[in-house]
Design a binder for this molecule. Sequence first.
Ligand code: PMP
Length: 360
Amino acid sequence: MVINFAAGPAKLPEEVLEEVQKELIHYGNSGMSVMEMSHRGAQYLSLHDVAIKTVTELLNIPANYKVLFMQGGGTGLFAAVCMNLMGKTGVADYVVTGSWSSKAAKEAAKYGKVNMVIPKASKFVNIPDQKEWKLDPNASYLYYCDNETVDGVEFNFIPETNGVPLVCDMSSNMLSRPFDIKRFGLIFAGAQKNIGPAGITLVIVREDLLGSPMSITPTVLDFTIMAKDNSVHNTPPTFIIYVVGRVFEWIKRKGGVDAMLKAAITKSQAIYNVINESNDFYTCPVALDCRSRMNIPFRICNGDEAMEKEFLKQAESLGMVQLKGHRSVGGIRASLYNAVTVDNAQTLAKFMLAFYEKHK
Ligand code: PMP
């Protein structure tokens, strides 16, 4: 068994994989696999509804919010957000703090006017103070990405919008900490990091934002239709939703999002401590106040590619895999999602320390 530090699709809890394996061919007393069940049958629908109920409990989602399972990934949601919410005024605020919010803003420009709230950055390494943000008073919503998976930039605050609906991409830190849903109009998160296998995007949307999609909105990306039909307007990825439900239950058994937060702090600090105490042998370019607890990008000896290759080779020989940085930033990236254990992170920290001692 390897220790998987992938950025997504990422490690799943072993307990969940074992449960799924046991139930793979015959689910309960149904005599069939979840994969073979009708999406309109009572057996599947009960799994579907339990998944929604469990995440509602985990995040304390109030009754005036709908939980949806959408298709099209995070990228599909970049467009869906615009088509469903931008029509109100034709303008939206985008806070671009990394490559994913940058892609979202680019997509949004197809559907309306995008107001760039902060100056374009040459490198994504910090989050300007909210006092410096230039909001458009006419914006239909303000969009930001809570955790930039590629750049390792994570918000440590919820932006204040004075009543403008707040839309957030939480793909890579969803369910890793508690937060006040009531501050948000809409949150989405692709499943393939903290939620389950790739194939669905979790959407939590405040009901008053439904009902005014642009006329061009494809049915499958229409939040209003999906909310009305409990995300089974068309065939959903039933097996993925079943596994996602099991991941939600695993989080609940482990102590919920509070426990995930506690572990995330311990895990990320183990790695950042080694970086900080390495006399710049390891460097993380991200400002201290917005370093991600989920994705830690770092370079070795100022980006010595031969040294980084050696690091990856040795890590792999010790069973630590998928540590290569995103192709756009290079170097190393350690992703520490919920299923990565404290032990796993400490094993990596120990290896980093030993590698430093040998090569400093
Ligand atoms: N947002 C974030 C924060 C991501 O990390 C990703 C991809 N990993 C996406 C959006 C895009 O997701 P997808 O590949 O499912 O379209």
